[in-house]
Design a protein around this ligand. Structure first.
Ligand SMILES: [Zn+2]
Length: 331
């Protein structure tokens, strides 16, 4: 039998017999006496067994995570709000999470030197000098572009988010979520799961108001309470935020900066919320996305995971644009 064949048989036998130390191989009699060949043999053995162990370990961790994801789906329906932590009680002198209008806690955000801008409601003519929703104006640190097309989801977490997380888990796909603070308060398990599965999480204010209509203190409270609830729920502090309705002028930008938040907007809007509130169809949304894909568009897609219909569309959008490795923070 040629030496090459003998060598192969030798290594395969060693692995099959589960010899976990290369000393065994080295000491076993070989049909030839060549030290450098013995060395190469030992190297091959170590390489193969290491690779086997890595594969076994990876399979084990995938199985564990998979079971976690399945088991957690029941837990996601648990709507028990997250407890109000002692550190926050000490800081705010409150005993529970706020309602839709969180109070400004004196000293929590430095509001000195914030630029003045006219205050106006969403229904009034836009008056912000550099307001994204008025004139598409962007600040120097606003995020709007990405080198690939990526999916972002606003307004959650919702109970419908669970199914989307299951899908993305199986696709090994990370996406970006901009979450409402009071929804994190009400569905803490889904938020923790979004974090655990490695998705990007940004802030989307406490109760989704049109920020240019609020005072400086009210804007600061909307942002800081959202950071606090994410911290209390999963030890996470967001560093990006998306203004509801894109309502953001230089005053909003400056206050967000004081809370440590970088603004993120979007350049590709699915208008999927119109499927729930108006008569836009899934086919129309998917047709838009197919057009973007066919014409090599790049950037940040705005979506919502608020309903089964928009989750179905989100899954189909992922099938059209394919698996992406980027999230907002890596754009
Ligand atoms: Zn929103």
């Amino acid at each position: 039998m040629p030496i090459g064949a003998i060598t192969c048989v030798y290594v395969i036998c060693a692995i099959r017999m589960k010899f976990y130390t290369f000393d065994v191989i080295y000491l076993l009699p070989l049909p030839f006496s060549n030290n450098s060949l013995r060395f190469v043999l030992v190297y091959i053995y170590i390489y193969i067994t290491s690779t086997e162990k890595l594969i076994q370990s990876a399979n084990r961790s995938v199985r564990t995570a998979d079971s976690d994801a399945d088991l957690d789906s029941d837990d996601d329906q648990n709507t028990q709000a997250v407890a109000f932590p002692k550190w926050l009680a000490d800081l705010t002198k409150m005993n529970d999470w706020p309602g839709d209008y969180p109070p400004f806690i004196s000293g929590s955000v430095d509001l000195n030197g914030i630029p003045s801008e006219p205050i106006y409601t969403k229904d009034q003519p836009c008056r912000g000098k550099c307001a994204f929703d008025c004139n598409g104006c962007l600040g120097p640190s606003d995020v709007i572009v990405c080198s690939t097309m990526i999916q972002t989801f606003d307004d959650g977490p919702f109970t419908s988010t669970s199914r989307l997380l299951q899908y993305f888990f199986r696709q090994r796909q990370r996406v970006s979520f901009f979450l409402i603070g009071k929804n994190v308060r009400d569905l803490p398990n889904i938020f923790r799961r979004q974090r655990r599965l490695g998705h990007f999480i940004g802030s989307h204010t406490w109760s989704h108001p049109y920020l240019p209509s609020l005072t400086n203190e009210e804007i600061a409270a909307q942002l800081i309470w959202t950071t606090w609830v994410m911290n209390a729920t999963a030890g996470y502090i967001p560093t990006y935020f998306r203004p509801p309705y894109g309502g953001m002028d230089d005053r909003v930008r400056a206050i967000a900066g004081r809370v440590g938040l970088r603004p993120v907007v979007w350049n590709l809007d699915t208008n999927d919320w119109r499927m729930v509130e108006e008569d836009r169809t899934a086919e129309q949304v998917l047709s838009d996305v197919q057009y973007w894909e066919d014409h090599n568009f790049t950037g940040i897609i705005l979506e919502h995971d608020r309903a089964d219909s928009t989750v179905d569309v989100a899954i189909n959008i992922q099938r059209i644009i394919g698996r992406k490795s980027q999230v907002v923070a890596t754009c």
